[in-house]
Design a binder for this molecule. Structure first.
Ligand code: CP
Length: 314
């Protein structure tokens, strides 16, 4: 890759949600991620593109994939990085979100990658602080980089996202991955279905242009790609189904069910997996699964997002 100079720019200086992106933005992110994926497959997996930038990863909620993936993306771009975990910070002494972030910015930080349990936290922050904000998941609202890496992985598998049938299965109600995936896949011309128990599918969902299905077998027979979501017990204040065992019987994907279909489908999962609940080990680890490809692609996609956002600085 050359110095990655491009005259094309994102239409937004923050990435707060897929709502911020138009189709050209998403295609630009994908083309840039293609280049960065080449870099990541070289012996020296690093470019100097962001060596003048400092990024703070500010996580108020647990994460394995997203936090490590952003940190690695930043390091591969030669950015300076600092990491903040709310659990070991002065937030526990009562400091507000804006004060916390302004103190981080006083140390000459340019960009904030933030995960927060409250929907809209990134939008709020972007209105009150000077830095560029990247949403790494805000409550049950959006997880834009997850949707981008999911769509990028579908594009890698099939050559194009347009016209593909994607079923998002499980806890749609509490899932930021579901909303961001729906918005991203619809922008790119995919057909989208959501499937799960009636209690875990929001009533407004069909207004987003998706099909709704309550029967797992029907959804699997319809789709090219099944994106199996985790039951978000940490966001459930009441019981939405009788037991995890019953959920697994009705909505869990196992090898027997997969083999009974008269076609091959691709299995995705954003992680973390609850093996034996939404997906069995023999499916998660089968050749149908692109779960670890999603994780691999996450680094290239996040490099692309950070690189392109840096290019919108005045
Ligand atoms: N997919 C995802 O957001 O995983 P983490 O919670 O581990 O970051």
């Amino acid at each position: 890759m050359q110095s990655m100079t491009t005259s094309r720019q994102l239409s937004t200086r923050h990435l707060l949600g897929i709502k911020d992106l138009n189709e050209d933005d998403i295609q630009l992110i994908f083309e840039t991620a293609d280049n960065f994926k080449d870099v990541l497959n070289r012996p020296i997996k690093k470019v100097p593109s962001l060596r003048d930038i400092t990024i703070a990863n500010v996580f108020f909620e647990n994460s394995t994939r997203t936090r490590l993936s952003f940190e690695l993306a930043e390091k591969r771009l030669s950015a300076d990085t600092i990491n903040f975990a709310a659990s070991s910070s002065s937030v526990s002494k009562g400091e507000t979100l804006i004060d916390t972030v302004n103190n981080i910015l006083a140390m000459k930080v340019d960009m904030i990658v933030m995960r927060h349990p409250y929907p809209g936290a990134g939008i709020f922050l972007s209105k009150h602080v000077k830095a560029q904000i990247v949403n790494a998941g805000d409550g049950a609202h959006e997880h834009p980089t997850q949707a981008l890496l999911d769509a990028f992985s579908i594009r890698e598998r099939y050559g194009d996202v347009a016209g593909k049938k994607v079923a998002i299965i499980g806890d749609i109600l509490h899932s930021r991955v579901a909303l961001s995936n729906i918005l991203c896949l619809r922008q790119l011309g995919a057909e989208v279905m959501v499937c799960g128990p009636t209690t875990l599918i929001p009533k407004y969902i069909s207004s987003l242009g998706v099909k709704v299905e309550y029967n797992l077998v029907n959804a699997l027979n319809w789709c090219d790609v099944a994106n199996m979501l985790r039951i978000q017990l940490e966001r459930q204040d009441i019981a939405y189904f009788p037991s995890l065992r019953e959920y697994a019987m009705l909505y869990g994907l196992n090898k027997q069910l997969l083999d009974s279909l008269d076609k091959e489908i691709t299995i995705m999962h954003p992680g973390p997996i609850n093996r034996g609940v939404e997906i069995t080990s023999d499916v998660a680890d089968s050749h149908h699964s692109i779960i670890l490809d999603q994780v691999e692609n996450g680094v290239a996609v996040r490099m692309a997002v950070l690189y392109l956002l840096a290019g919108t600085r005045g």
